[in-house]
Ligand binder design. Structure first.
Ligand SMILES: Nc1nc2c(ncn2[C@@H]2O[C@@H]3COP(=O)(O)O[C@H]4[C@@H](O)[C@H](n5cnc6c(=O)[nH]c(N)nc65)O[C@@H]4COP(=O)(O)O[C@H]3[C@H]2O)c(=O)[nH]1
Length: 583
């Protein structure tokens, strides 16, 4: 403590003692200021620099002799608005300290961040005579903070805003639209078959495609609009100031067009299309979550509709999604609760009038939702992965029941069993199937696994390998719904397939459409020359049956002969066409 000499009269010796003590403390303070790592700058009340310490020289790059007598304005970076500096002056002239992180310019020209406190110094008369500024270089800390902030808001791969920033931007866009009475469009963009690119060409190529996609999307919008990446191959565009849905449609078309050009990724040149779902504020939703969910739903419908297209959200999509959601929950316990069962539909050879096979078809009887059609619940099982255990159960059940039919007098009866694409990709498939055949003592050549064209074509090389492994075990393979996918017959020759099932849309179309009949004829004759068997699906009347026979298709299946029925209800011995037609 420095003693106050004004109030306490001291003796001469005491005064000398005190003076030398004060001198010592002053010297110590001077050393402290000189040696501290922090920058210290003392200015006069008018801002002119009177003193800077070595810490200041180190942090700013300026030498003391170059700055003393100057205004500290040379440190200004231009990054703070003028109001920032007027606020400093207002505060310190009031006699208070001002604290902030300053973005300053180093002597070298580079920017640095300084955490600085500026405090007034009062003279003995109480008026402000000087200001002292003490500061720390916090450039490293601020850079890390800024990087973290960037990462929290931007996608590291594409540099686009991420989900969290998208949410903020959409909230702001909605507020602005609410004020000015305009609409905001949310475009949910998902790349088609991106997973295939990643899986077959690797993540490096996948990443390049995403970066290129991000660049193309950015060019489809005005600079003020937002393009964000939600993750994976999902992007969202926010289009503001929308007067009419036409303007949204225009952007959606622009996106599809911009994706029409090939993507160059390393040595690969790829076609990548996109599916887009559109939702508008305020018509389709009032909150960001609602709009995103609905645009996402619309995007799914665009994908289902054949990809490379866009769809606007419609209210009916919500109802469907709601049902899918509740079904998705209900189906989780369905296997344990024994809610699945199998029905069988005979496949008849029109030349012998005998059933050569039965196709097993899965049924779900939900206590809450009634009987749910397979077209609705199979995709749910695929999505949640339950298709594998459910199918494992179904295959055993079907083998057991068909084995019983064989023993009851039809020893050569085949079982046709549907495989979903997810199961087809399951590494345990071969092991599962062969184990089930062994367990139930079922002749492998009497099992025919049915796969859709698209499941085969999703990954042709892997498909060929799996099919070959199944074939070496004697198991037959059939291509289901043939004609609806994009494979050519010639391509199918690469696969060890025994049977083609002509999709029922052709069988139904044949009667009235010359084109459908021509396609069926071509399939039947080409299949014949390749040694494949052909089955006509969905035969409902005698005219269709007659046409199929005329076109050379001799195996048929359809309501004309029998609807799919539980094993116990199949007409014994269902080996005679007349019998079925009487039913
Ligand atoms: N309009 C009409 N339809 C006929 C006629 N004859 C048969 N159908 C129906 O056509 C579908 C034939 O099965 P799919 O093409 O393999 O198509 C099946 C198959 O892809 C899938 N599915 C059914 N069971 C299973 C299964 O156990 N596993 C897998 N992965 N998929 C299954 O669900 C699809 C639909 O099955 P379902 O609803 O049982 O529908 C069956 C059958 O009931 C007819 O004359 N007219």
């Amino acid at each position: 403590m420095i003693a106050n000499s004004d109030h306490t009269p001291e003796s001469g010796a005491e005064s000398i003692y005190l003076n030398s003590k004060v001198a010592g403390i002053t010297q110590m303070l001077a050393h402290a200021v000189e040696q501290t790592d922090d920058a210290v700058m003392i200015t006069r009340a008018d801002g002119i620099i009177e003193y800077v310490n070595p810490g200041f020289e180190r942090i700013t790059g300026y030498r003391a002799c170059d700055v003393i007598g100057r205004n500290p304005g040379f440190l200004r970076s231009g990054m703070h608005p003028p109001i920032f500096y007027s606020e400093i002056w207002r505060t310190i002239r009031r006699g208070e300290s001002f604290r902030s992180v300053f973005t300053n310019r180093h002597f070298s020209g580079e920017l640095y961040f300084e955490e600085k406190t500026i405090s007034p110094i009062r003279g003995s008369d109480g008026t402000i005579s000087h200001f002292v500024a003490t500061g720390k270089d916090v450039t490293q800390r601020i850079s890390v903070e800024r990087r973290l902030e960037y990462l929290a808001n931007y996608d590291a791969l594409t540099g686009l805003p991420n989900r969290s920033l998208l949410h903020d931007r959409l909230t702001q866009a909605i507020q602005r639209a609410h004020r000015n009475g305009k609409a905001v469009a949310v475009q949910f963009v998902d790349l088609d078959r991106f997973k295939l690119i990643n899986d077959t060409l690797g993540h490096n190529i996948g990443d390049r495609v995403l970066i290129e996609a991000a660049t193309r999307l950015r060019h489809c919008l005005r600079a003020t609009d937002t393009v964000a990446r939600l993750g994976g191959d999902e992007f969202v565009l926010i289009q503001e100031d929308v007067d009419h849905p036409d303007a949204v449609e225009q952007v959606a078309r622009k996106i599809l067009d911009t994706f029409a050009a090939r993507f160059a990724a390393g040595t690969h040149s790829l076609f990548v299309s996109a599916s887009i779902g559109l939702a508008l504020y305020p018509d389709d939703g009032l909150s960001p979550d609602e709009l995103l969910m609905r645009a996402d739903l619309a995007m799914y419908r665009a994908k289902e509709g054949g990809r490379n297209s866009f769809r606007f959200f419609e209210a009916a999509m919500d109802a469907n999604a709601m049902r899918t959601l509740t079904l998705g929950v209900a189906i989780r316990g369905a296997l344990e609760n024994r809610e699945f069962s199998l029905v069988y539909q005979p496949i008849i050879d029109t030349r012998t009038h005998r059933a050569v096979a039965v196709e097993a078809l899965l049924r779900w009887h939900s206590p809450d939702h009634g009987t749910v059609p397979p077209d609705h619940f199979i995709p749910l099982l695929e999505e949640n992965g339950l298709i594998v255990p459910v199918s494992r159960w179904a295959l055993r059940e079907a083998l057991r029941q068909v084995r019983a039919m064989q023993e009851a007098g039809q020893p050569e009866l085949r079982l046709a069993f549907n495989l979903s694409s997810r199961q087809f990709r399951d590494v345990g498939l071969l092991q599962d199937v062969t184990a089930a055949l062994d367990e139930l003592d079922f002749t492998p050549r009497l099992l025919e696994l049915e796969l859709t064209e698209s499941a085969l074509m999703d990954n042709p090389e892997a498909s060929a390998a799996v099919l070959e492994a199944l074939r070496t075990h004697g198991i037959r393979m059939a291509v289901d719904d043939f004609g609806t996918g994009y494979s050519s017959l010639a391509y199918l020759m690469c696969f060890p397939v025994r049977t083609l099932k002509i999709d029922r849309s052709f069988v139904h179309g044949m009667e009235h459409s010359h084109e459908a009949a021509t396609i069926v004829r071509a399939i039947a004759s080409l299949a014949g020359s390749l040694g494949l068997e052909v089955i006509g699906e969905g035969v409902e009347n005698l005219a269709q049956l007659a046409l199929l026979q005329e076109l050379g298709c001799h195996q048929v299946q359809g309501f004309l002969f029998s609807r799919p029925l539980p094993a116990a209800e199949l007409p014994p011995p269902f080996n005679n066409r007349e019998q079925h037609q009487r039913k």
